[in-house]
Design a protein around this ligand. Sequence first.
Ligand code: GDP
Length: 424
Amino acid sequence: MRISGPQAERILYDIFHAKRKGRTAPLSHQLTLGWVGAPDNPIDEAMAVLMRAPRSYTREDVAEIHCHGAPYTVHETVRLAVKAGARPAEPGEFTRRAFENGRIDLAQAEAVMALIGAQGAKAAQDALRQMRGGASKIILEARAEAIRLLAGLEAAVDFPEEIDESEAMAGLREGAASLAATLRAACNPRAEKLLREGLDVVIAGRPNAGKSTLLNALLGEERAIVTDLPGTTRDTLTERLELDGLIVQLTDTAGLREDGDAVEEIGVARARAALECADLRLIVVDASAPLEPEDEALIVEPCIVVLNKCDLPPCINRYGGAARIVEVSALTGQGLPELLDTLREAAALPDASQASLTRARHIAAATQAAQALEEAVAAMDTGFPTDVAAIDLKRALDALGSITGETLSEDVIDAIFANFCVGK
Ligand code: GDP
């Protein structure tokens, strides 16, 4: 349990009593063993730590009680703290105070939330990179450059005698164009999608091609996280798989054929809808039976054609038109490692090692900034008054500032923190 603010120390020693007495001023950043509640009738035996400002998460005085996790114990400890003058924190309030007190910027605060919600190692690593200032560094450098450009532009306007305007403008035009390109290159929308939602893979094929067997076999091979996702229906079933730290959502669909009954038709319609939105399709074909036109109609890139049942005498050994073809036996497991390798390749994060922007809000703002810079370049090219380009540069600066939080209104910041969990 965490208490933050000028009263934290007083509240802590109202409700927590160290076993070893004798020290008048408790040390900061040191764990102490003691009792929560009255020493003669305690609620719990716990450790407590006081972190005096500014060396704390929020930069305020922070007290933490590490009590046992029983709901009764936690509830009673909170109740005592509230009785002593504390109030329950709002969602994300500690992180918000850290932001408002200048310990972290908004992009880093958002990364805390991303880390808590991260699914899979890759998403967690990316969130941590941003928490340590990965995204902020890109933005701070871009802002510094935009400010330099704006200053140059204003100097050219204010001191026409001293500065050769056409030379200055050429340099500024170059600078703005290159900054716009840098910002666009830093945006990584594919990584944003993959890290937050994972790769959506839909398994499709005619009835009895072996789709369900394949799903089970793939899950059995690499069972890192396997849960039923809520909202799945009987006809399409989605399971999760973690491949090299990245979440892959595998959806098994109803067999695709045209002459089923009414219920089956609904299943087929859902299967087709799932296929349409998939990032990647696994088209399962029974390689021991003749190829049907229906099989071929399913090949829509990006896809992997899975020639299944290769343990049986083959009827097809070639499947034209697809870029990726893998032979497997879902029943015996033959070929599954190759299929997983092909999946890994398809799910590979673009330039994961390079610093990039991987949050939708940041990508949108950086794109806006790049656009404003490009408009500044166009204004210079057209020979508009210098003021026009200056306005564009200011817009770029505002957009960049919204990422780190300098230029955001209070209600947008409220909305961002409203998504946090309580206690963070
Ligand atoms: P679905 O309708 O496409 O989901 O197909 P199923 O997974 O239910 O499989 C249909 C039938 O094919 C079942 O009897 C499976 O045991 C069989 N089957 C699936 N994969 C293989 C395979 O690789 N080899 C063989 N010999 N049989 C398989």
